[in-house]
Unconditional design. Structure first.
Length: 323
């Protein structure tokens, strides 16, 4: 259970503080406020690599001022001691670092204590450029990556300059090998099938003292994951929250393109696959990494309502998952 505290209230008003804490906790449980005390995972973006609206799509109404523009898929982890880690370095890196810093309550200018990378596609690592001397001029930011991913960064410019100037420090991961971040937080990479032109592709399981999150923004198909011996249902069953690939909602979403070979499970296929899970298991699923064409990006769209009717949901920026 998560209780709000009011440290600045004196003992003379202890009763008021106690009542306030109870009210905040009850409100959080009822869904009227979505705050959790650390440690927690926070959603920093939900869009596919190219963002929404996407480059060159003039007709997208999201170009207009005042309309919300979803950030590229990323999550943050905030520890009880205020330390923060970013999962995926997207083209929206500056905004997401600022968002994460605000979530963690850090004072002054702050960069994440580390960055975990899922793979070498543009929406997942290119934000590292903002740690370079042209921007933040960071020093020794830990970047956790699988061996091929680390090798790609170390041997290809301009990323190699980040290593050479000590803007980042590469920390190699091993599949299924837990990485302890604090006494109560552990991150474990899980290999998944997805296009591997330059690196391995992983999902991350994040474990805290009170819960766990699975972050899997990209996967070719659930059947291919089955063939690797890790059925998605078993991964969902072993965590409290699952943030899963929802790049495309359904076939025919992109006119004039044969989508049968697109390397992502359609949301409709996922809804069909997960329909036999219990209501509690389905409620764990929060879809992420939505292409700019995916109608579920709009909160009240028929697609979003279809997902909700199936007992699942679309992740939303700022959403917290207490762990």
């Amino acid at each position: 259970m998560l209780f709000a505290t009011a440290r600045s209230i004196s003992s003379a008003t202890g009763c008021l503080a106690s009542c306030l804490s109870v009210w905040l906790f009850a409100a959080a449980c009822s869904g009227t406020i979505a705050q959790q005390a650390p440690p927690f995972v926070v959603v920093l973006g939900i869009a596919q690599d190219g963002g929404a609206p996407q480059t060159g799509v003039r007709s997208d109404p999201r170009w207009q001022d005042g309309l919300d523009r979803p950030r590229v898929s990323s999550i943050g982890l905030v520890a009880g001691d205020g330390r923060e880690w970013l999962f995926d370095a997207t083209p929206d890196f500056p905004d997401q670092v600022h968002h994460l810093d605000a979530e963690g309550g850090s004072a002054g200018s702050s960069l994440p204590d580390g960055v975990f990378l899922t793979h070498a596609h543009i929406g997942h690592y290119t934000g590292l450029m903002f740690l370079g001397h042209e921007s933040a001029g960071a020093q020794g930011i830990d970047v956790f990556a699988m061996p091929r991913m680390a090798g790609f960064l170390e041997t290809n410019g301009p990323w190699s300059q980040l290593v050479r100037y000590n803007n980042i420090t590469l920390r190699e991961l091993r599949a299924n090998e837990p990485v302890p971040l604090t006494d109560e937080l552990i991150v474990t990479p899980i290999l998944v099938p997805h296009r591997q032109e330059y690196s391995e592709v992983v999902a991350f399981r994040i474990d805290g003292p009170n819960g766990s999150v699975l972050y899997m923004p990209d996967v070719d198909s659930w059947a291919e994951l089955d063939s690797m011996g890790t059925p998605i249902e078993s991964l969902i069953g072993d965590v409290d929250y699952a943030l899963l690939d929802a790049t495309f909602f359904a076939d025919g979403e992109i006119p004039g393109r044969d989508m049968s070979t697109f390397p992502h499970p359609f949301v409709r296929h996922s809804l069909e696959r997960f329909q036999h899970l219990s209501a509690d298991e389905r409620a764990k699923i929060h879809f992420i990494h939505l292409n700019h064409t995916n109608p579920a990006l709009r909160a009240n769209s028929d697609a979003a309502l279809e997902i909700e009717a199936a007992g699942m949901s679309v992740a939303r920026r700022g959403q917290r998952f207490g762990i």
